[in-house]
Design a protein around this ligand. Structure first.
Ligand code: IPM
Ligand code: MG
Length: 364
């Protein structure tokens, strides 16, 4: 029997997190009401707001909550108030801790351009029109977690900083399998991005991805060095279907790819593990515009769509949410980050309300 009862952990986080989360939750509640799905939504603290209350960015009770839920929805973390804290206490550690503890090794960052926003892209329309890329970023390995790490003082009294890029073949193989499976459901082109001409770790990456590829003869696998990929994303992004890459390269390339779409405020993400999943916009907490009701809630709303698709087995409703976003953009509603002349400038809350109105029509 299809499951109709889900527990969702919600962490609004810092900065604009609360505002964008309010709008995303409206969408989630509307869908669950209409589809008679029982959702238990439990809110918790992570990031700087958790530090202020509990002295740590990822309190045990938040971690416990995330661990026993079906899925986590997260706003954003970070801000100037916490920038000078020790590394281990910074808001970003909450994200890294959740990724590590929940084993969220596969980070999916879909990059699509809504036709209505072609003008918002800094690149020519002809370059970005129709792009549809899925970046699959490995999320629990690489220099982000490798040991040894840290800053030490050598015998000469000079400081030395060390981070370690490390991947085991099992870590590479499991992300490769995910990426090949995703490629199978799309245009069947997979590009693996590495720096195999310089880094042994990614030479292994290339070898293992190729080995895994033998089980997927229907998928065309290619390899590219990361510097070239950074260039190709600007030169001809339409050539890409699925990109699989390491944690650090994926971090950088996904920000670059986000900008093709005009605003980082548009892009959702899903981080998937064996038994857990976390959904969040790829943008940060934007402290400069927090509390002003001007942040773009669409990336978080689109993250709800990903949650419906990957965790709640409701792919049709996921597509409806995505359609609602496209339709509202078609009607000319824009938050300030994607505004261009001739359109209707709206705030965070009104954008959320427009999505709700549209979704109600689509659900009828
Ligand atoms: C991201 C962010 C994080 C990362 C930071 C906030 C730790 O940039 O999710 O892309 O580097 O992974
Ligand atoms: Mg990043």
């Amino acid at each position: 029997m299809k499951k109709d009862n889900f527990e969702i952990a919600v962490f609004a986080g810092d900065g604009v997190g609360r505002e964008i989360m309010n709008e995303a939750l409206k969408v989630l509640r509307l869908i669950s009401d209409r589809r008679k799905i029982k959702l238990s939504i439990a809110e918790g603290y992570v990031g700087g707001s958790a530090y202020d209350l509990f002295g740590v960015p990822l309190p045990q009770q938040s971690l416990d909550l995330a661990m026993h839920c079906d899925a986590v929805l997260l706003g954003a973390v970070g801000g100037p108030a916490w920038e000078n804290l020790d590394y281990s206490l910074r808001p970003e550690r909450a994200l890294l801790g959740l990724r590590e503890k929940l084993g969220l090794y596969a980070n999916l960052r879909p990059v699509t351009v809504f036709d209505e926003l072609l003008d918002a892209s800094p690149l020519k329309k002809s370059v970005v029109q129709g792009i549809d890329i899925m970046i699959v970023r490995e999320l629990t390995g690489d220099v982000y977690f490798g040991q040894p790490r840290g800053v030490t003082k050598g015998q000469d009294g000079k400081r030395k900083g060390v981070n370690t890029m490390v991947y085991t073949e099992d870590e590479i193989a499991r992300i490769a399998v995910r990426a090949f499976e995703i490629a199978l459901s799309r245009k069947r082109n997979l590009l693996s991005v590495d720096k195999a001409n310089v880094l042994e770790t990614t030479e292994l990456w290339r070898t293992v991805v190729t080995e895994v590829g033998r089980n997927y003869p229907e998928v065309t696998l290619k390899h590219m060095y990361v510097d070239n990929c950074a260039m190709q994303l600007i030169r001809n992004p339409a050539q890409f279907d699925v990109i699989v890459t390491t944690n650090l390269f994926g971090d950088i390339l996904s920000d670059e790819a986000a900008m093709l779409t005009g605003s980082i405020g548009m892009l959702p993400s899903a981080s998937l593990g064996k038994d857990s999943a976390l959904y969040e916009p790829i943008h940060g907490s934007a402290p400069d515009i927090a509390g002003k009701n001007i942040a773009n809630p669409l990336a978080t709303i689109l993250s709800v769509a990903l949650m419906l698709r990957y965790s709640l087995a409701m792919p049709e409703d996921a597509s409806l949410v995505e359609k609602a976003v496209a339709e509202v953009l078609k009607e000319g509603f824009r938050t300030q980050d994607i505004y261009s002349e001739g359109n209707k400038l709206v705030g965070t809350e009104e954008m959320g309300n427009q999505i709700i109105t549209m979704l109600k029509q689509l659900l009828n």
